[in-house]
Write a protein that binds this ligand. Sequence first.
Ligand SMILES: Cc1ncc(COP(=O)(O)O)c(C=O)c1O
Length: 415
Amino acid sequence: MASAKASTPRPQTAAWLRSSNDISQQFLAFGGRADVVSLAGGLPAAELYPVAEVQAAAQAAIARHGATIMEYGPVEGLPALRQLIAARASAETGGTFTAANVLLTTGSMQALDLIGKVLVDPGELIVAQAPTYLGALDAWRPRAPSYRPLDWTLTDPDFDATLARAKFVYSVPNYSNPTGVLVSQERRVALLDKVLEAGTWLVEDDPYLSIQLDGSPGPSILSHSVARSTRPGPYDGPVIYLGTVSKSLVPGLRVGWVIAEPGMIQNLALTKMASDLSGSLLTQAIALELMEREFDHQHSRSIVPVYRERRDALLREANARLADWFEWEVPVGGMFVWMRSKGDAIDTDALYKFAVEEKVAYVPSSVFDFTGENRFAMRVNFTRSSPEVIAEGVRRLARAIEHYLSARQQLDGAA
Ligand SMILES: Cc1ncc(COP(=O)(O)O)c(C=O)c1O
């Protein structure tokens, strides 16, 4: 009897989970092995984490707030941190932002999840910058959306009609993940105008703002939206702006925020309540201590030269060893170089097997593509490892490519 019971199959997981692409998980797990050089993750340099400052801030936060930050908190987050973020947004954009415009989230990843839940019913349309941040695709997969690519040139004659049907537009204009691209001010304004005309929402996801390697990116789309607004009072435009301390302080605090018009903030807060009751007031209070004295800005200034040196090391080695096969633009910020195979000659999904043999990890382009069809590029990270390790990773990558090409030649010869 007991054995019959043990063999009864349990219910399957949900359809969206069974259909999900787990190649990125394979890559990240492989990249975590000690003998592997990982150019795959999107992680800051752990040795630069400001451990002593976070420790001091934790002590100061507990001394200041005591047991109140050990409670379940208001679902919108610690009021003082919401006010600080609203004040910064007002100063940076010239608009009027209050705490009612701000929701604190568990990283901006939770904000992406909440936006999907609040706005998207199955089959509904998201216009997303393509290639798209993998985490956003993962967050929205349970909502079963349909996608159209956002073409920043706005030359598609059907774009207006597409936008009119879209629940929102998703963009990462500052040093995008995965491409590292910085979107020009002209394109930001042109897109905003289209969004206003179509009457949809525009999600501006901005986790890389603090990693400015060459020059500053200029105003956010949120700033342009403030400039377009004619009504007085708190911000009520279409931009849903996502910020985070993951790159400017440490990702382990899991503190992010949404800035949007108050009605959207309320809907997101209601949805957040059903997800986690409230975020961690404890880590929000630590972030408050650090941000009140602008330590996030100071810390960013100190890590940027290190990241710049690492980017340059990657590009130097890549110019010497990969330029016959791949091309790329030099990213002026962020964490990634997007390497495109010349003439689509190298399938980066197929290259994976050879990279595993050489013990080097990267992320293939297919995982960032909602059609899964772009298999001819790869995302290469330069922030996590030292210049020497990065250079070694590129040498391994070059060997993997040579082996891949000769294996393919043998196959072609045999056919
Ligand atoms: C474009 C983008 N959005 C959101 C996130 C999530 O960041 P977090 O949840 O750590 O704030 C990331 C993480 O790297 C990202 O690249």
